[in-house]
Design a protein around this ligand. Structure first.
Ligand code: ARG
Ligand code: ASP
Length: 721
């Protein structure tokens, strides 16, 4: 009897899972379900605007990741790939922290990391009513937005905050609701520890987005504050932050079925789009971007494998470009395999059926789907042109990205003379110095030659495709065009730029405005700006408006459902269970990987699958200390049903009592589609087991000073029989 009940209940429960919930609504929306699934805390323990709560240990790390505080002295844990820019920027062939790792033995050895930030949320408020005051349904998009902007300015002015706090306002449910966040941002962060890439990036791009995984994807920073414990710019006199809250770490480990939650800052999802939009992403835009990046990556990879100096310079850039490339590939495949379009179409049929049965709805919502369909169709070629332009003339060719950025500056010199140049000269010098640090002209030139040819093929002739084709023909081919540009552009190497900077400002301005790289960029940008941008903006604004109405309609028509707001880089909690999965017939994935698996993948000296000698020794000796399982293994990564996305990297995975048990860092290949089509049967998040993190810090790196700062809990968990 009990068994039957379980079988009946389980799919229902699974179905209810997914979602990235607002901390302030947990009590109303989720607490009951979370407790039924095993949570031992109250909603108030997780989020409270007035008393210290778990959320006070969670921060957005440097705008795009999540981090958590794990010691009373401000130690911050995040992923290796989140700290990678910082690790890379301190690395040279002599001090190769990317390759060898880095461990500060005491606070004086910690490395300052300008640009890295930690943003905490003090409290949040639902400000929908005030934000939408005097907004009417009859208003056009522009009028509506300007009324909202006025309201928001008022709200900002009236919100009480301390002087070290900031106010952040974000639309939710495509602009149907608004929330305000009072935040505190620390800017003095220092690098404390990072494993070598052969641990922190083990498996690199081959294993990225894939299960089974064996990566120790973590790095450690420390947050510093002024003498008053408030945010302060970097100063040697700053003190480690004394946090109001930090997370204890459990080394008991997790088993399938255990409750887990992930608390962090998911960046962006689009779960409520119409079928046509999902189709466009999966069948047109993803494949387009994938084709461009594939070429760029292959070229960079060739250079990096041959030259260790180039490898250091390009490794972070390569990882970023490769990460989205591979995600889009997985997304394309997942949407197809798991029939996302059919699911959306079924939902739309039900929507239409309900709407047609209700005359008020029919009047309000009856036209939405056909209008979305028509606008998305019209939008498609423009969106493709946008991606073509951005991927080639901004994102993947460094020189084009550079002159594109300089364009406005040089334009103002042409229009208003020397003053414009002088005013920003020092800013540009600084930016260019930073740019050249990781720029190797030979690599970029080869990327340009390949991508400009692809651009000429894929971009409509009248939107810039022809310009590039003709330029190449004039120079005798794409390679020759590339040769010409990189030989003659005054910004195509550090030496030329420095030589240029010794000339007087007027010379500099005149040289720059005639620079061949800038001239090419401009001749491609001109048709884009004239013929693509305006239409793109117009259609995007119509689509935004329709999508807002369609979101409101879904909330209205499917009242029996619980809708979470799409991710928008704000603090969210997602929860689920530790679980493996079956991606297809006759294949079952285990929920956990361990160090034996690292050794199975080990290829001595390999670019992606090397293992440090010391780790091999520890494995041979089975010297895992208190981090071993009862049967003597060392767990490395594990899976859960938590609904996560980009931005959740570095988020704490917590157990039923709120102890840190894992560090979120990725999703499984079959589930990378989850931003558009979350499927609880297939989508899994990947976490590094905290036992592996601690083992690496303690046994591998010998950084017992760090372990001593943390609070470890163990032996408190009852084992299920
Ligand atoms: N896929 C993960 C995320 O989206 C990890 C990326 C880091 N690893 C890499 N090889 N690029 O960010
Ligand atoms: N790896 C991602 C991140 O960096 C997480 C994900 O997309 O699942 O945020």
């Amino acid at each position: 009897m009990k068994k039957i009940l379980l079988l009946v209940c389980f799919p229902v429960l699974l179905h209810a899972q997914g979602g990235m919930w607002l901390p302030m609504h947990l009590e109303k929306q989720n607490e009951k379900e979370m407790k039924a699934m095993g949570l031992k805390l109250s909603a108030d323990d997780l989020y409270s605007p007035s008393q210290p709560s778990l959320k006070d240990a969670i921060c957005q790390f440097s705008g795009g990741c999540t981090g958590e505080i794990i010691s009373p002295k401000g130690l911050l844990l995040t992923n290796h790939h989140c700290g990678f820019d910082a690790i890379q920027s301190h690395s040279t062939l002599e001090h190769n922290y990317v390759e060898d790792g880095f461990w500060a033995k005491n606070q004086s050895e910690e490395l300052p990391c300008p640009g890295e930030t930690a943003m905490f949320v003090s409290r949040m408020e639902d400000i929908t009513a005030l934000a939408l005051q005097n907004v009417t349904e009859m208003m056009g998009d522009r009028d509506r937005q300007s009324q909202i902007d006025k309201n928001l300015a008022q709200i900002r002015a009236n919100t009480k905050k301390e002087k070290w706090e900031e106010i952040l306002i974000r639309p939710f449910y495509n602009g149907n609701q608004y929330f305000l966040f009072v935040t505190v941002t620390y800017t003095d962060l220092r690098l404390v520890g990072a494993p070598p890439s052969s641990i922190g990036k083990f498996g690199a791009d081959t294993d990225n987005w894939v299960w089974p995984r064996h990566t120790g994807d973590f790095s450690i920073f420390r947050v510093y504050a002024g003498k008053d414990n408030k945010p302060a710019n970097y100063s040697p006199d700053n003190q480690p932050l004394q946090p109001s809250h930090f997370r204890p770490i459990s080394i008991d480990g997790m088993e399938p079925g255990d409750f887990t939650m992930v608390y962090g800052f998911p960046g962006r999802t689009d779960e409520y789009l119409p079928a046509i939009a999902v189709q466009q992403t999966g069948e047109v835009l993803d494949p387009l971007k994938v084709s461009i990046r594939e070429r760029a990556l292959k070229i960079m990879d060739g250079f990096m494998r041959k030259d260790p100096e180039i490898k250091i310079a390009y490794i972070a850039r390569y990882a970023n470009i490769a990460n989205s490339w591979k995600k889009w590939l997985g997304e394309m495949q997942g949407l197809k395999t798991y029939k996302a379009l059919d699911k959306k179409k079924t939902l739309e049929a039900e929507f239409t059926r309900r709407v047609n049965e209700n005359s008020a709805w029919k009047f309000k919502y009856g036209n939405l789907l056909p209008r979305l369909e028509q606008n998305y169709k019209e939008f498609e070629p423009y969106a493709a042109a946008r991606d073509n332009f951005q991927e080639v003339f901004s994102r993947n060719v460094q020189l084009m990205g550079l002159v594109g950025n300089m364009n406005n500056w040089i334009k103002s010199y042409e229009e208003s003379g020397l003053a414009a140049l002088n005013g920003k000269m020092s800013v540009y010098r600084e930016q260019l110095d930073a740019f050249y640090k990781d720029f190797r002209p030979a690599v970029d030139q080869a990327v340009f030659a390949a991508l400009s040819e692809l651009f000429a093929q894929q971009m409509r002739p009248e939107w810039g495709g022809d310009v590039v084709k003709k330029e190449a023909a004039n120079r005798g081919g794409y390679d020759k065009l590339a040769d010409y540009l990189y030989q003659n552009s005054l910004v195509a190497s550090k030496e030329k730029w420095e030589a240029l900077m010794t000339r007087d400002p007027k010379d500099i301005g005149d040289a720059l405005k005639n620079d061949p790289a800038l001239l090419l960029w401009r001749s491609v940008f001109a048709p884009y700006q004239e013929q693509v941008s305006p239409k793109l903006r117009e259609l995007q604004s119509t689509i935004n408006l329709l999508q807002r109405e369609y979101m409101a309609a879904q909330l209205d028509v499917f009242r029996e459902k619980r809708f979470f707001p799409d991710a928008n880089s704000t603090l969210r909690l997602t929860y689920g269970k530790v679980a493996g999965f079956s991606p297809r017939d006759a294949v079952q994935y285990e929920y956990q990987s361990d160090l034996d698996g690292v050794m199975e993948k080990y290829i001595p000296g390999d670019y992606e699958f090397n293992v440090p000698g010391k780790l091999v020794d520890l494995w041979k000796a089975k010297d895992y200390g208190q981090y071993a399982t009862s049967d003597g293994r060392l767990p490395v990564c594990f899976l859960g049903t938590n609904h996560t996305t980009g931005g959740n990297s570095g988020s704490p995975a917590l157990d039923a009592k709120g102890n840190l048990v894992g560090l979120n860092f990725d999703r499984v290949w079959e589930g990378t589609m989850s931003d558009l089509n979350y499927d609880p049967a297939i989508c899994r998040n990947i976490m590094v087991d905290m036992r592996y993190v601690l083992f690496v810090i303690d046994k591998y790196a010998g950084a017992s000073n760090l372990i001593a700062e943390m609070k470890l809990v163990k032996g408190k968990k009852k084992r299920k029989k």
